[in-house]
Write a protein that binds this ligand. Structure first.
Ligand SMILES: Cc1ncc(C[n+]2csc(CCOP(=O)(O)OP(=O)(O)O)c2C)c(N)n1
Length: 318
């Protein structure tokens, strides 16, 4: 297992951060974006570290907090931004908007906002891999709240029973909507639940991109050797409210500040500056390059056409 390029990891996290900062800014401008934006600010190391350990053929199933997962898996931000704007050039022809984006081009097969709804779907794609003897794993992203849904328990049980090549990625960001974890379960470490199904699990610092990468790479190897599935619980924190319409009154300011001190981007940046891999000048260049890409994606989206009304009933199954 070869370590990923650390500057690429940093760039991926930075791209996710700047892309979503832009979405937050645009959502405050009248007439730009439709609906609320659900961002993963503070949690970027999970998406970046997980995807660094995956191959193009590996499948991801995402949830409502999806932008980071999609960007890290290789989705192009022009097409993502256009989709979020609802434009014809977006990945799903403007019909998905921010919450349901699928990017089959990079095997990001499904984003579902039904909390816990993606977990059985991931068991399905993992079953397909096993049944057809194909060399790919499925990664399923979900939050700590989703781990209290019935679908989580049924899906994990079946995945373990059938030894399926699926990596269950629980992004434990402390909250689930406005509820803290201790308000919806007495279990402290959700990874403990894997034992109930005879499944392996690991608790990992979700703000350390290298640790995230290593845990996922190891899990992937196990899955491909027929030794799956596994539950990875990444401990992290949601800096913002549940969405851009949430005023965060329930989140203690000191808690947010403490977690900001553990910013995954700052952590890696500091390490790379210390190791001489990065200088302040190359960091500036990286940041400016990322901001330019994000600005270009906005321009692409704004200049793109709206879908035609005649297409409204295309691409639907019922
Ligand atoms: C089945 C279902 N119940 C409730 C909701 C409303 N809802 C949307 S996101 C969310 C919180 C999910 O929390 P968690 O799974 O911890 O993910 P996070 O938002 O923290 O990333 C809720 C309750 C929903 N979309 N689907």
């Amino acid at each position: 297992m070869e370590n990923p390029n650390q500057v690429v990891l940093l760039e991926t996290m930075l791209l996710i951060r700047r892309f979503e900062e832009k979405l937050e800014a645009l959502s405050k401008e009248p007439g730009k974006l439709h609906g609320m934006m659900i961002v993963c600010t503070g949690q970027e190391a999970v998406a970046a570290g997980v995807s660094a350990a995956l191959e193009p053929q590996d499948v991801i199933i995402s949830n409502h907090r999806s932008h980071g997962h999609l960007i890290a898996k290789g989705a192009e931000i022009n097409l993502l931004m256009a989709e979020i704007y609802g434009k014809r050039t977006g990945y799903n022809k403007g019909k998905s908007g921010t919450l349901h984006i699928a990017v089959p081009e990079v095997n990001a097969l499904c984003t579902t906002t039904v909390v816990g709804g993606g977990i059985p779907i991931a068991v399905g794609t993992a079953f397909a891999a096993q049944y057809e003897n194909k060399d790919f794993v499925t990664v399923c992203y979900f939050g700590n709240g989703a781990a209290d849904e019935g679908s989580f328990h049924e899906a994990l049980n079946l995945a373990a029973l059938w030894n399926l090549p699926v990596i269950f990625v629980c992004e434990n960001n402390v909250y689930s909507g406005a509820q803290r974890q201790e308000e919806h379960t007495r279990v402290k470490d959700l990874a403990d639940r894997a034992a109930a199904y005879g499944m392996a699990s690991q608790i990992v610092d979700g703000n350390d991109v290298q640790r995230v990468y290593e845990a996922t790479a190891e899990a992937r190897e196990k899955c491909l050797a027929g030794d799956g599935p596994i539950l990875l619980e990444f401990k992290t924190y949601r800096w913002g409210g549940h969405s851009t319409t949430d005023h965060q009154v329930y989140q203690p300011k000191e808690e947010i500040e403490q977690w900001k001190q553990r910013c995954p981007i700052e952590k890696l940046k500091k390490e790379l500056l210390g190791a001489g891999v990065l200088t302040e000048a190359t960091w500036q260049q990286l940041n400016e390059g990322v901001m330019k890409q994000v600005e270009q994606s906005v321009q692409f989206a704004e200049e793109s056409p709206w879908p035609d009304v005649t297409e409204a009933l295309e691409d639907i199954f019922a």
